[in-house]
Write a new protein. Structure first.
Length: 295
């Protein structure tokens, strides 16, 4: 009986691993920020917020599971992913497919029933564009990163729509910040693991352009563009002066990391860009929260 319980616990843990909880946490953080600014002077409706996060979390988990199901053969060829639940044999592909579909359906239904149809449709758009555009394009063109940045930046739109029922300029500013942030973040990962991606046939920019110059240019360009875009919330009255100066400081810090990798294209410098990106987004969101004018 004890051994059976242990096997069940291990199986559940493997299915949870398929959903990529660490990435889902970032998605939910971005969704919550969107919801917060979508309130536009209204007090939070906690039950709606709960279902906005729950539905988005289920959709994100379903999308991640279906992505791992689709990429199981490529994952088996890469050192960093070969021990994931499907390529390692801990989860049957058919079971992963059923789980991914079920989570996705439940997430869409939760948003449509308990939040609103606008939020649900943006959630569905995120799933479909990620799975049916970005995922297959990864094996065909390095421009897949740009395509994937669109669904990657949609969580704030889901959150904003969950609170407001519509999208305004404020929502699209949050989208633009997350859109640009993704390029330094994911390109630094691609540079660090370019041999792995090449082995799996995934056409990331550092794979097709091994000297890293184009990769570094994109990192620097998006870091530069991120600075004025990240200041837009203050210009739109979404935040105050604390955010304005804090966002500028964070943007310059992020840009500094990008410039360093441009002059020294090494794995160590790419890792520092990744670390800067991991610090940048939560800190920027924190500044938004503490600097927002009172409702």
């Amino acid at each position: 009986m004890h051994q059976r319980a242990v096997r069940v616990a291990v199986s559940v843990r493997d299915y949870i691993e398929l959903t990529k909880p660490r990435i889902t946490w970032l998605i939910l953080m971005s969704t919550a920020i969107g919801y917060y600014f979508g309130l536009r002077g209204m007090y939070p409706r906690w039950l709606v917020l709960f279902h906005t996060l729950l539905g988005t979390g289920l959709l994100a988990s379903g999308t991640a599971t279906l992505n791992e199901w689709h990429e199981r053969e490529a994952d088996a060829k890469m050192h960093r992913t070969r021990m994931r639940p499907i390529p390692s044999g801990r989860v049957n592909p058919a079971g992963a497919l059923v789980s991914g579909v079920a989570l996705s359906v439940l997430g869409f239904a939760d948003l449509a029933i308990f939040v609103n149809l606008t939020a649900a449709l943006w959630g569905l758009a995120t799933l479909t564009s990620y799975l049916f555009l970005y995922t297959p394009l990864k094996r065909r063109t390095p421009h897949a990163t740009t395509v994937g940045a669109f669904p990657g930046a949609m969580p704030p739109l889901i959150g904003f729509a969950g609170a407001a029922g519509t999208l305004t300029a404020e929502a699209w500013v949050l989208f633009a910040i997350l859109f640009l942030w993704q390029f330094p973040h994911f390109l630094s990962i691609a540079w660090m693991y370019r041999e792995d991606y090449g082995r799996a046939g995934i056409v990331m920019l550092p794979v097709v352009e091994p000297d890293g110059r184009a990769t570094a240019r994109q990192i620097v360009l998006c870091s530069v563009l991120l600075i004025p875009v990240s200041l837009a919330p203050a210009l739109l009255g979404m935040t105050g002066t604390v955010y304005l100066f804090g966002a500028l400081a964070l943007g310059l810090m992020f840009l500094y990391a990008g410039l360093r990798v441009a002059f020294e294209r090494t794995r160590g410098r790419a890792r520092r860009v990744l670390l800067a990106s991991v610090l940048y987004l939560p800190l920027l969101y924190g500044l938004m929260l503490i600097s927002r004018p009172r409702l």
